[in-house]
Design a protein around this ligand. Structure first.
Ligand code: CTP
Ligand code: MG
Length: 399
C-alpha cells in the first residue's frame, strides 16, 4: 500500500548532473533517450512507483535545470505529495552534486536515498527494499551484486600486482540509503572525493551494509551499456499472450424434431440441443474462453442467460459480438482450440467446414477436435454434448 502521509519521511535525490563523457552522446547522459523516455524520466518512473511517497530532488546540469524540471514534473505525476519536484544545479563531481541536493532535503525527512539517474532501469522494488533495510538496521544500506570477473590490481603500465579474492567483492549500485543524520554528517565532514555515498559514510566510521542488488540496476556508462538497456526494454515490450478457458454442456432436446446447430454449422437430420439459444456448446465454450482471456467476464454476464434477443440465437451471433468486445478491449485473438465431447454427430467429416466457419467469424485460426468418452458419463450415454475451449489473445500494439 502506498502510504498516505503528507509530510515526507523519505527523500530520494536523483543525481543527473554528469556530462556522460564515456557515453559520448550529444546531450548530457541523463537526457539521452532510451525507448522513448530519457534516462532521467525512466529513473523517476521507478521513484513514482515506490510504496512510500518521497520528497524528490533532482540534480541536473546547470543549463538544463528548466528542462529537467519539466521532465520531472511529468514523470512523477502526482506521486510526490502534490508538490513539484525540486531541481537544483549540480557540481563538478558527483559528490558535489549530491551535496547540492542534500542541502534541500525537507526537515521531516529521516531516510535519504541517493540514486544515479544513469541506473535508469533500477526497479522501484529496489528502492522499497533499501528503505526497509535502513529502517530495520538504523545504518546505511546499499545494493550490491557478486563480482563474476576475476579482478586484478594493475598499474598504469599494465603490470599486475595482485589478484583480488572476488568472493569478498561486491559490485555496488544505487539507490544507496542512509539515516538522514548519518549522511548529513558524512557530507559535512567530507575530506575525500568518493564515487559513491557509502564511501563517504564509511570514511566517517559508520557501518554500511550491502544487500542483494538487482541486475536491472546496472549503470549506463558506455554505448554498449545503452545497447544492453535497449535490449532489456525490447524484451519487456514483447507482448505476453493471455490465455482463457471455457467449457459448456447442453443436453439433447427431448423434442426429436428440434434442429442441431453445433460448431457454427447446421446438422440436418440430427436431434438438436436444449438451451435458451441454439445450445451450440462449441460456440459457447469458445465465447467463454475468449472473454476469460481478456478478463471480460463470461457468457452469462455479457449476453444474459435469459435475454429475449438471444432466444434461438446461433453461435455466429455470440462469436461476432465476442470478437467485437475482445478488439474493443485492445486485444487481438491469437488462436482458439476447442474439443467437442460426445457420441454424435459424427464430427470428423465436417471438421474442415466447422474450422473454416469459426476461423472466419473470429479472424483467427480455430481448431476443433472431437472425442467420445468410452461410454462413460452423460456424454457416453448420449444424453448431451460438452465442449472445452482454450483461447489465446495478445494485446494489440498501441498506435
Ligand atoms: N553525476 C552528477 N554530477 C556530476 C557527475 C555525475 O550528478 N558532476 C551523476 C551522473 O549524472 C550519473 C551519476 O552521477 O547519474 C553517476 O555518474 P557517472 O555514471 O560517472 O555519470 P557521468 O559522470 O555523467 O559520466 P562520465 O563519468 O562518463 O562522464
Ligand atoms: Mg562520472
Amino acid at each position: 500500500m502506498r502510504s498516505s502521509n503528507t509530510v515526507p519521511r523519505v527523500c530520494v535525490i536523483v543525481v543527473a548532473a554528469g556530462s556522460g563523457t564515456r557515453l559520448g552522446a550529444e546531450v548530457p547522459k541523463a537526457f539521452v533517450a532510451l525507448g522513448g523516455f530519457t534516462l532521467l524520466e525512466r529513473s523517476l518512473h521507478a521513484v513514482s512507483r515506490m510504496q512510500e511517497r518521497p520528497q524528490v530532488i533532482v540534480v541536473a546540469p546547470a543549463p538544463l535545470v528548466d528542462e529537467a524540471s519539466a521532465l520531472s514534473t511529468t514523470a512523477l505525476g502526482t506521486t510526490t505529495l502534490g508538490e513539484t519536484p525540486i531541481v537544483v544545479a549540480g557540481g563538478e563531481t558527483r559528490q558535489r552534486s549530491v551535496a547540492r541536493g542534500l542541502a534541500r532535503v525537507a526537515e521531516s525527512v529521516e531516510v535519504v536515498l541517493v540514486h544515479d539517474a544513469a541506473r535508469a532501469l533500477a526497479p522501484s522494488s529496489l528502492f522499497d527494499v533499501v528503505i526497509a533495510e535502513v529502517d530495520a538496521r538504523g545504518e546505511g544500506v546499499i545494493p550490491g551484486l557478486p563480482v563474476t570477473d576475476t579482478i586484478k590490481r594493475v598499474d598504469a603500465a599494465g603490470d599486475i600486482h595482485e589478484t583480488l579474492d572476488r568472493s569478498v567483492l561486491s559490485a555496488v549500485q544505487t539507490p544507496q540509503g542512509f539515516p538522514r543524520a548519518t549522511l548529513d554528517a558524512a557530507y559535512a565532514a567530507a575530506t575525500s572525493d568518493e564515487t559513491d555515498d557509502a564511501g563517504l559514510v564509511a570514511a566517517l566510521g559508520h557501518r554500511v551494509f550491502v544487500v542483494p542488488g538487482d541486475e536491472l540496476a546496472f549503470k549506463i556508462t558506455t554505448p554498449a551499456d545503452l545497447t544492453r538497456a535497449e535490449h532489456v526494454l525490447g524484451e519487456a515490450l514483447i507482448p505476453v499472450p493471455r490465455i482463457g478457458v471455457g467449457t459448456d454442456t447442453h443436453a439433447f432436446d427431448t423434442d426429436p424434431g428440434s434442429e442441431l446447430w453445433l460448431a457454427g454449422l447446421h446438422w440436418p437430420g440430427e436431434v438438436g440441443l436444449a438451451g435458451h439459444s441454439d445450445g451450440d456448446a462449441v460456440a459457447h465454450a469458445i465465447t467463454d474462453a475468449l472473454l476469460s482471456a481478456c478478463g471480460l467476464g463470461d457468457i452469462g454476464g455479457v449476453f444474459g442467460t435469459s435475454d429475449p434477443q438471444f432466444v434461438g440465437a446461433h453461435g455466429d451471433v455470440f462469436l461476432r459480438e465476442t470478437r467485437r468486445r475482445v478488439e474493443l478491449a485492445g486485444f487481438r485473438i491469437g488462436n482458439v482450440s476447442v474439443q467437442l465431447i460426445g457420441n454424435r454427430p459424427k464430427f470428423s467429416p465436417r471438421r474442415p467446414e466447422a474450422e473454416a466457419v469459426l476461423s472466419s467469424l473470429l479472424g483467427a485460426p480455430v481448431s476443433v477436435s472431437a472425442t467420445t468418452t468410452d461410454g462413460l458419463g452423460f456424454t457416453g450415454r448420449g444424453e448431451g454434448i460438452a465442449a472445452i475451449a482454450t483461447a489465446s489473445v495478445v494485446a494489440r500494439p498501441v498506435g
